[in-house]
Design a protein around this ligand. Structure first.
Ligand code: DX5
Ligand code: ZN
Length: 208
């Protein structure tokens, strides 16, 4: 199981703290990009992002935006490992998948807690990653929604070549509930204290 660390909850000295975070034993740096329309919160512009991130770890871009094409064009410049968008924007999902693939970037499709797995089954063969939201997208520090555990199990049964990632409310307790996931996205549990110690605690739960 890999760790994708989100810096959404880091409130000050963002550049320095991201540098600290990417020196830790994490596998990806998770960028939560929000437009204030798809979710009731707005995060950084691509200019802000370019000023604060580094390339010590592969980038895992999570787009919570309506105008997906605009943001894909902006973020492909960072050459991320993944660009993930939301099924609920109800545009032409296959067209967006191909649009991201044209940039030679791996494609993720994310589903909100209320979206059923059945709704995305037609797209699974074309995906590199499925991001199961275990909180309502928009904010860090929320509590884990237990119903998403069933979704991860179902995705595991249906598995073709996509990775299963789970995002929201992951800590040293809830991580044990999502063992079938390939990646966990963790924000506030890591960044609300000593990064190294918190990552260590997660690793102990992953590797027992
Ligand atoms: C929420 C974001 C998540 C969030 C995770 O919309 O997509 O990545 O930052 O943060 P925690 O781990 O604090 O729930
Ligand atoms: Zn996220």
């Amino acid at each position: 199981m890999k760790i994708s660390a989100s810096f959404l909850s880091i409130k000050d000295n963002l550049k320095e703290n991201i540098n600290l975070l990417t020196k830790c034993d994490i596998d990806y740096l998770h960028l939560d990009i929000m437009d204030g329309k798809f979710v009731p919160n707005q995060t950084w512009s691509i200019y802000d992002i370019k000023n604060v991130i580094n390339y010590d770890k592969p980038l895992d871009v999570h787009l919570m935006v309506n105008d997906v094409y605009k943001y894909i064009d902006e973020y492909q410049i960072l050459k991320p490992e993944f660009i993930t968008f939301h099924y609920e924007i109800s545009l032409d999902i296959l067209d967006i998948i191909n649009y991201i693939k044209k940039y030679n970037i791996k494609v993720g499709l994310s589903i909100k807690p209320s979206t059923k797995i059945e709704e995305i089954i037609p797209y699974l063969p074309y995906l590199d990653l499925v991001l199961v939201m275990s909180v309502e997208p928009g904010f860090g520090g929320q509590s884990f929604i237990m119903e998403c555990i069933e979704k991860i199990k179902k995705l595991k049964e249906l598995k073709s070549n996509y990775l299963i990632s789970v995002d929201g409310g992951i800590n040293d307790q809830t991580i044990s509930l999502v063992k079938d996931a390939d990646i966990v996205v963790v924000g506030s549990y890591i960044t609300s204290g000593n990064y190294l110690k918190n990552i260590e605690k997660l690793k102990e739960k992953i590797y027992g």
